[in-house]
Design a protein around this ligand. Structure first.
Ligand code: HEM
Length: 278
């Protein structure tokens, strides 16, 4: 990565980290200061785990997982270790989201509020189910030793596209939830009278959008991609033949989809690679 590009990367990464961390501080202040705090008793304190775990768990951890391969100081680590970190962060996000669902269903049942009536709840449940499917399929395809390189390459564009789409959708679902909760929860003064809580929580919504945009920006810059192991290898060994250098540099310029195919191609040429098609 060139110095200029590295600086840009660090600037956007710092912005993303700041938006994400400040969002978590905001949701904690919302439930602890403006609302009823946190508890597990079927009451509003239990409901409050719902936004806290969605923002700090589902949104923040999924965003971190999305950009983890792009951190230049990890490019020396093996691809397999990085895949475990990526999968681990996404699994942690999924566990938080699941506990958050239990909290809100439990609260609804205890208070005899119907389940699954809102657009927020429909899209939220759909996002969780698809996220689970994405995790299961990806673990089979990218972490099981028996899965062939051709599957890994073929599935990669879908994995990337649905990963980004789900991340964006979960943020949209959170914005709906925030708006609902302000309308339900504020009376005297009402939401329309802009009490401090409403302004505070609306700002949190803006921060969530900013976090999402920063993460998606980082994740869509081709020049900030982790160089594949072959390119690294040719860059850092003295004895790589001309052929190697050509393959290495042209590979690193390819886009997601083409790149995955490129890996398969390279494998067929008989280069020794571990785990390239992903
Ligand atoms: C339910 C708020 C994030 C999934 C609810 C309800 C509120 C709410 C007020 C009860 C009313 C209703 O059923 O629509 C929030 C807030 C969030 C947030 C303030 C973020 C700050 C999310 C996210 C998801 C989600 C990110 C999923 C990706 C659900 C589901 C229900 C629900 C499935 C239905 C529970 C039931 O029917 O018993 N949320 N939500 N929420 N939320 Fe959220």
């Amino acid at each position: 990565l060139e110095m200029e590009s590295y600086k840009h990367f660090l600037a956007v990464l710092s912005a993303a980290a700041a938006f994400g961390i400040v969002s978590i501080i905001f949701v904690l202040r919302w439930v602890l200061h403006y609302r009823e705090g946190l508890a597990w008793d079927g009451g509003l304190g239990e409901f409050n785990w719902h936004p806290v775990l969605q923002i700090s768990g589902f949104i923040f951890l999924n965003g971190a997982a999305i950009i983890v391969f792009r951190l230049p100081w990890t490019w020396r680590c093996s691809k397999l270790i990085m895949k475990f970190i990526h999968a681990g962060l996404n699994l942690a996000a999924f566990i938080c989201a699941t506990i958050s669902f239990v909290a809100v269903f439990d609260f609804h049942n205890a208070a005899q509020i119907p389940n699954m009536y809102s657009l927020h709840s429909w899209l939220g449940l759909a996002a969780l189910v698809l996220f689970c499917l994405q995790i299961v399929l990806s673990v089979i395809i990218y972490l099981m030793p028996f899965s062939p390189a051709s599957w890994r390459a073929a599935f990669m564009p879908l994995h990337v596209f649905f990963g980004r789409s789900l991340f964006g959708s979960v943020i949209a679902v959170a914005l709906m939830g925030i708006t609902e909760k302000l309308i339900f929860g504020l009376s005297n003064p009402k939401y329309k009278d802009s009490p401090p809580e409403a302004v505070f929580v609306n700002v949190m919504g803006v921060l969530l959008v900013a976090y999402g945009v920063a993460i998606l920006w980082i994740s869509t810059r081709t020049s900030w991609k982790r160089p594949n192991d072959l390119a690294l290898h040719t860059q850092h060994t003295s004895g790589g033949g001309e052929d190697n250098i050509k393959v290495g540099s042209s590979l690193s310029q390819l886009s997601d989809e083409a790149e995955a195919e490129g890996h398969v191609d390279v494998r067929r040429r008989g280069h020794k690679l571990d785990d390239q098609a992903d």
